[in-house]
Structures are given as structure tokens and as C-alpha cells.
Design a protein around this ligand. Structure first.
Ligand code: GDP
Length: 481
């Protein structure tokens, strides 16, 4: 409806192949319609089945969203006591996502929770936490995905943890749930944080999903991209294959559908891109995340970055000759975007390409938007910058990321990029090889269950189906390929 684009602008696919629903006011979320101006044409088309499920989801969300009749009725049920009869079929059931952990983790868990909601015909509501509305636009038309602040259980969110009696795992352990019962709890807490136990992990089994399906409110806390385990469930697996015939595009499509930077963040992204990156012949992203007590810079990390980027010809060699080389007639300009909490790696690279000519004659510009020194979850601009930087990395042509980092996974998934991943250094030495090219652009599930629901025994979940494998950067992790 509200279409301000001129016909000359229509050459690009602003709805991303039908992934995005029309019907939003453009000014309220500029990134939704402008993102395609910054990206190459996508080689991955969403399936028509995914598109139809998204449109159905949007209808459901509109019917069940905050303060609708159905929402109010279901909240009433929650207030009026802990149990409902299984006969009483409510129109709307919910997954509530609790805001938890770093921003990269949060983006991965919102995507996982949304996919779980689609698979179970539930409505996803997002706890705004400290800054979610400041960072992201509303993804669903004519409704809100934010959980109202007067939601009855809200004050308990911070207290929910592995030992919470209402958690699925603890209810199972105490045998308090069974299919033949007439009464069910009105809510369950799903603890999917990395410290979850074997009972919590049963949630990924089909028979357990049947139990959970009766409960109107599922309150979820997670810091993991648990999508690979959904693919291991036979009932979800079938549906997922229809939704994603190209299995390793789950996060790619869902992230482009869900995560639109707010106008403030979009300003950070576009100003930076246009000033420093747009004019280069090639854009290179290097995401440096060091999991050490101190931010650094560390010499072994610098050595690793150089070993990786020179070996794989991401960056050109510098000339050892004292005399500068005769400049090539048409030097290529390359913009290197470095993101890190520390500025040391960036300064090193920038000086290296200023103080020395490159063998190829290429001109290397090195840029780093921020160096925040340490993780500061309370500061508003801090997470705006973190989100802007993830997004900017996703707009590069060649990407280098750090092992174990969800910040890097978001950039690679959103950008549809298969980065070189800097492997985790042990004992402050450069690993050999320093980096590997990942086999798919999907994020890694860091804490997957090792349990076969069918045989009810331990199993290597990276060996059950061909499209769920162990990750390049974490041998026990799981990812879609
Ligand atoms: P992960 O810890 O690497 O998996 O990523 P998360 O995003 O979950 O948590 C790390 C947090 O530290 C981010 O959300 C940022 O707040 C901050 N951070 C880490 N690396 C960077 C960076 O390169 N730039 C900025 N701006 N913030 C960063």
C-alpha cells in the first residue's frame, strides 16, 4: 500500500523474492525495503511452501498477538491457575522468548524459537529485554511481536534457571506430565541454556513434543542455535525438508525475514557503508573475537590472522623490496572491515599496508567502526554498534570469522557467506591450519544433545542424518550442511 519507491527503484527485488510481506509503512523501518540495495541478488530462493507458511504465520500472529481477544483469554487462563483441562482447546498457543545473553546469541535463539513456533503452530512473543525494540523493527505486519510488559510471568524471567520446578526437564523427572492426564500446566519453562541436563534435552524428542503440545504457554530461555536438533526429529524433519529443500539456508532465510535493523541502527550501517566500503572494488570482512579474560590484542591472534588471510589470498602479500613497486596501471582497491573489541589488529593491518607496498599493487584500506574494549550489555549504543557491525560484515564479499563466535555466525548467515573461520588457538599459539573454509553458512549449535530418541540411548547426533554434521570450529557442535 504505502509505496514511496519510484519506478526506477523497482529494478531490485525489495521484498526478497516474496519473503517479506507487503503492507508496512516504509518510513517506520527503512532497512526492510532498502537492504536489497546493499546486497547482491540472492542465489537462494525461498521455497513457495516456506512463503505460504510465513503468510499463514502472519495471519495467526495477527489473530493471537498482544491484547487480541485470544491473547487476553489465554493470559486469563494463566492468571486463573496453574492447570487447564486438555479438553479446553484454546485457539492460540505461544512460545515466549526470554531476552538472554549476548546479541549474537539472541539473534540465533530468536530465529530458532521462531522456527519452533512455525513447526508447532504457536505464536512467538519476544521479551523486549533492555534493548530489543531499540535494535529491531517489527517483522510481522499489523501486529507486534513484543510481549506486553504486563505479562503475568514477566517478573520470573530472570529467575528461571536449570533447577526451576516448572521446567520441562524437572516436570519429566518428577513424572508430572503424561499424555493420559486430563490436567496440564498452563505454562512450562523450557530451559535450553548450555547448562541444560538430559531431561531438559528430551524436549527434542517427538514423544515429548506431544506432551508439550497441550501446554498453551512455553517460556523459553536459550543461548544456542538449536535448529539442527529439530532436523533430527522425524516429525519436524519431514516438514523442515519441505520448508527448506536447500537445508543449509534456514538461518539465511529466517534472518532476512525476521531481523530488520531499526532506523537508528540502519543509519549506523548505511553511513558507514557509504563512507568507507561502497567505493572499493572488493570488500573484505575480518571478525576478530578472542575468548580470553583480557581483550588483547594478542600477538598469536595477529599472527593467525595474517597466516590465514595471506595463505588464502584474502589479503595481498607486502613487497619486501625497499623500493616501492611501479604501481600497476589499474590498481584494485580493497576495503577491509575489521570488527573487534580491541583496536590492535586493525592498527597493525592498517600500518602494514601503509608502510609497505603490496606485491599486486592493490590498495588496501583498513577500517574499524568501533573498539568497545569489553562486552557492555547495559549501554544502548554498544549493542546498536554490535548489530551494525554484524550487518556490515554480512555485506562484504569475502569474510573471515572467529571460532565459537555467534557474532560471526550472524554475519555469515545473514550475508549468505561461507567464511574462512579462524580456529580456536590453544596455549596462545597459532593453530595449524590457522583457518578453514566452512562447509555451510549455517550457525553451529554449540551444546547439542547426544541422545537418540528412537533407541533411547546415547548416540553421536552428528552421524544420524547426512545433513546434520559436526562443526568446523567445534568438534562436538552440530550444524546443517
Ligand atoms: P559471541 O560471544 O561472540 O558469541 O557473540 P555475542 O554477540 O553473543 O556476544 C558478544 C558481545 O560482545 C556482543 O553482543 C557485543 O556486545 C560485544 N562484541 C563482541 N565483539 C564485538 C565487536 O567486534 N564489535 C562490537 N561492537 N561489539 C562486540
Amino acid at each position: 500500500e504505502d509505496d514511496h519507491f519510484q519506478s526506477s527503484d523497482m529494478s531490485y527485488d525489495k521484498l526478497l523474492g516474496g519473503l517479506l510481506a507487503p503492507g508496512f509503512k516504509e518510513g517506520s523501518c527503512l532497512s526492510r525495503y532498502q537492504s536489497s540495495l546493499y546486497r547482491k541478488t540472492s542465489p537462494h530462493k525461498p521455497s513457495s511452501y516456506l512463503l505460504s507458511r510465513l503468510r499463514n504465520y502472519e495471519d495467526l500472529h495477527k489473530r493471537c498477538g498482544p491484547y487480541t481477544k485470544s491473547y487476553n483469554r489465554t493470559v486469563q487462563q494463566l492468571r486463573s491457575g496453574d492447570i487447564i483441562s486438555s479438553e479446553d482447546s484454546l485457539e492460540c498457543k505461544y512460545v515466549v522468548w526470554i531476552s538472554f545473553s549476548g546479541l549474537g546469541n539472541r539473534i540465533l535463539t530468536v530465529a530458532s524459537a521462531f522456527l519452533y513456533a512455525i513447526l508447532t503452530n504457536r505464536v512467538l512473543l519476544i521479551d523486549p529485554g533492555k534493548d530489543m525494540p531499540d535494535l529491531f523493527c517489527e517483522p510481522f505486519p499489523e501486529t507486534s511481536w513484543f510481549l506486553p510488559t504486563d505479562f503475568p510471568l514477566k517478573s520470573k524471567f530472570d529467575l528461571f534457571e536449570q533447577k526451576t520446578p516448572n521446567s520441562y526437564g524437572n516436570m519429566v523427572k518428577k513424572n508430572m506430565l503424561n499424555t493420559s492426564a486430563q490436567l496440564f500446566p498452563s505454562y512450562l519453562y523450557l530451559h535450553l541454556v548450555h547448562d541444560y541436563d538430559d531431561n531438559d534435552k528430551l524436549l527434542f524428542c517427538d514423544q515429548d513434543q506431544e506432551l508439550v503440545s497441550k501446554v498453551p504457554w512455553l517460556i523459553m530461555k536459550s543461548d544456542n542455535y538449536f535448529v539442527p536438533s529439530l532436523f533430527l526429529s522425524p516429525s519436524f524433519g519431514q516438514e523442515l525438508s519441505r520448508l527448506f529443500p536447500q537445508k543449509a539456508t534456514v538461518f539465511y532465510h529466517l534472518s532476512r525475514y525476521l531481523f530488520h535493523p531499526s532506523n537508528q541502527v540502519w543509519g549506523l550501517i548505511t553511513r558507514y557503508y557509504q563512507t568507507y566500503l561502497a567505493k572499493a572494488d572488493e570488500r573484505i570482512g575480518i571478525q576478530v573475537r578472542v575468548f580470553e579474560y583480557k581483550t588483547g590484542p594478542y600477538q598469536h591472534v595477529m599472527d593467525q590472522i595474517l597466516a590465514c588471510t595471506l595463505k588464502h589470498k584474502v589479503l595481498p602479500e607486502i613487497s619486501q623490496k625497499e623500493q616501492p613497486l611501479v604501481p600497476s596501471s589499474k590498481p584494485k582497491s580493497k576495503a577491509v572491515l575489521v570488527t573487534s573489541l580491541s583496536s590492535g589488529y586493525f592498527e597493525n593491518l592498517r600500518n602494514m599496508y601503509w608502510e609497505n607496498p603490496t606485491v599486486s599493487g592493490d590498495l588496501i584500506g583498513v577500517y574499524q567502526p568501533s573498539h568497545e574494549e569489553f562486552q557492555q550489555t547495559e549501554k544502548r549504543l554498544h549493542n546498536r554498534k554490535a548489530w551494525a557491525e554484524m550487518y556490515l560484515l554480512s555485506l562484504t564479499d569475502v569474510l573471515v570469522t572467529s571460532a565459537w563466535s555467534t557474532f560471526g555466525y550472524v554475519a555469515q548467515g545473514l550475508g549468505g557467506l561461507k567464511p574462512l573461520i579462524l580456529l580456536k588457538p590453544e596455549n596462545h599459539t597459532v593453530p595449524d591450519p590457522p583457518c578453514l573454509q566452512v562447509i555451510s553458512m549455517e550457525p553451529c549449535f554449540h551444546a547439542p544433545p547426544f541422545y537418540d530418541c528412537k533407541t533411547k540411548s546415547g548416540a553421536d547426533t552428528g552421524k544420524i542424518v547426512p545433513h546434520v554434521r559436526h562443526c568446523e570450529d567445534m568438534s562436538w557442535g552440530l550444524k546443517l550442511v
